[in-house]
Design a protein around this ligand. Sequence first.
Ligand SMILES: [Zn+2]
Length: 245
Amino acid sequence: MKKYINKIKNKRILSIVAHPDDLEFYAAGTIKLLSGNNSIHLIVATSGENGGKISKEKLKMIRRGEQRKSAKSLGIKKVSFLNFRDTNVLNDQYLRKVLVKEIIEFMPEIIITFDPANELEVHPDHRNLGQAIIDSLIKSAVRGWSVDVVLLFDTLKPNVFIDVSKVWEFVLISNKAHRTQFSEFAGGWKEKQRILEEKATILGKAIGVKYAEAFRRIELSSKLYLDQARESLKGSNSLSAPRPI
Ligand SMILES: [Zn+2]
């Protein structure tokens, strides 16, 4: 919550997403809150060049421009594009090699990306990228940089809720910068805005605020083993209460 956000200061935060507009849809408010006190770098794996009525090359350039404009409104210091092909992000050795290189170069304490464990996420680029990032953490550590915390958005198992009510206008401004994407939603921008507001309202109710964003936080320390033990018990119900055998 707010307290958690306030504790994050003078950190290098790296967000890695699959397409322009991914970060804004799930985490724009949190990024805006963090950008005042931290250095944020955004890496976009593809340029979202598929699915437009114009040529891929042209759409790629437009979408990169939209991403830069949006990032500026959120206080993101730097945006880079990895030039992977849209809808073709695979968790393979090549992608992980690129991710390890980026992590070692930027040396982030915190990484923000997709939760690959969301079985309701229908876009394979999103799941594959999230898993590839998690799979790159050990190699990054071996090569000299250990990430402290991963914040996963687009998650079904949130354990951190961030009140973004005060920065809601920036959630709208940054999402609205991605003008090419409004046709995805039948009603254009109005429909996208409605979805953003309803989603944030549902999450906001969990902590008693107007609008919230949610993340699954993974701390990459010895605490991780205890978190996993607690998590493993959540699926148990009273009829099959764990007992020694
Ligand atoms: Zn996407």
